[in-house]
Design a protein around this ligand. Structure first.
Ligand SMILES: *Cc1c(COP(=O)(O)O)cnc(C)c1O
Length: 226
C-alpha cells in the first residue's frame, strides 16, 4: 500500500514533468491537497510530507478538521458549492474561496470577512462545459461579475477556477482548459491565478496555464461516501 508521502512525491513528479513539457518554470504550479471526506490524521500526514494548502468542499466537515489541526499553520481553501447561509463561516475560517459564481455570494463574503484578517482570496468558478455542469457562471456573465467582484473591499480577486466535464480524451481536456485561459486573458484585470486540473487531467491543465491544481484521489486514495 502506498503512503500519502509516496503519493505526494508521485504527484509532484507529474507536476514537474508537466511544467517541463510546457516549458514553464519549475514550481510555477501550486499543489492544493483536496482533503474532503479524509480524516484529520491524513491531513497531518500530508503536512508532515510538506503540504500546506488544503481544499475542502463541505463546511461542517472542514470546521471539524480545522478545530483538530489548530497546531499546524495550514492554509484553507473552500472549493465547494456555497449557500448564502454558509458565507459567514467561510469568510471567517478560510484563506481562499475558489468556487464563487454569483455576486450575492461575493458581496456577503466581503461584508462578513473579519476586519483583522487580510482580504479573502477569490477565484470565480466558470462553467466552460455548458449544460454538463450546474456550477459556475457562464462565460457571458463573467466580465461583469469579475468587474463587480474586483471592486469589493474585503476580497482579492485572484483569477478563475473551472471543473470541465470529466474526459480521458487529452484533446478535449486541452480544449476546455484553453477556453478557461482565454477567458482569463480576455478580462482587463490583474489576475494571477488559474485553478484547474484534478487527479486525472492535471497534465492538460498545466499545459494550458494552471497555477493551482486541486488533487484529491491521487494523494489520499479513492473517497468513500458510504
Ligand atoms: C473533489 C474535488 C477535486 C479533487 O478531485 P480528484 O479527482 O479526487 O483529484 C478537485 N476540485 C474540486 C472542486 C473537487 O470537488
Amino acid at each position: 500500500m502506498s503512503t500519502i508521502a509516496d503519493n505526494i512525491s508521485q504527484v509532484r513528479s507529474r507536476i514537474h514533468a508537466a511544467e517541463l513539457a510546457a516549458q514553464r518554470a519549475g514550481h510555477s504550479v501550486h499543489l492544493l491537497a483536496v482533503s474532503k471526506t479524509k480524516p484529520a490524521p491524513a491531513l497531518r500526514e500530508a503536512y508532515a510530507a510538506g503540504l500546506r494548502d488544503f481544499g475542502e468542499n463541505y463546511l461542517q466537515e472542514a470546521l471539524g478538521k480545522q478545530a483538530e489541526l489548530t497546531d499546524l499553520p495550514l492554509i484553507w481553501h473552500f472549493i465547494g458549492p456555497i449557500q448564502s447561509n454558509k458565507t459567514r463561516a467561510i469568510a471567517e475560517h478560510f484563506d481562499w474561496v475558489h468556487s464563487v459564481d454569483r455576486l450575492k455570494i461575493a458581496q456577503r463574503l466581503s461584508e462578513q470577512r473579519p476586519a483583522e484578517l487580510p482580504p479573502l482570496n477569490i477565484c470565480i468558478q466558470v462553467n466552460v462545459s455548458g449544460e454538463a455542469s450546474k456550477s459556475g457562471c457562464t462565460p457571458a456573465d463573467l466580465p461583469a461579475l469579475a468587474e463587480a467582484i474586483s471592486a469589493l473591499p474585503r476580497l482579492k480577486l485572484r483569477g478563475l477556477m473551472a471543473i470541465p466535464e470529466p474526459t480521458e480524451d487529452r484533446a478535449a481536456q486541452d480544449a476546455a482548459f484553453a477556453a478557461v485561459q482565454r477567458l482569463q486573458a480576455s478580462l482587463d484585470l490583474p489576475l494571477d491565478t488559474l485553478s484547474m486540473g484534478m487527479s486525472h487531467d492535471l497534465e492538460s491543465a498545466i499545459a494550458q496555464g494552471a497555477t493551482w491544481v486541486r488533487i484529491g484521489t491521487a494523494l489520499f486514495g479513492a473517497r468513500d461516501y458510504s
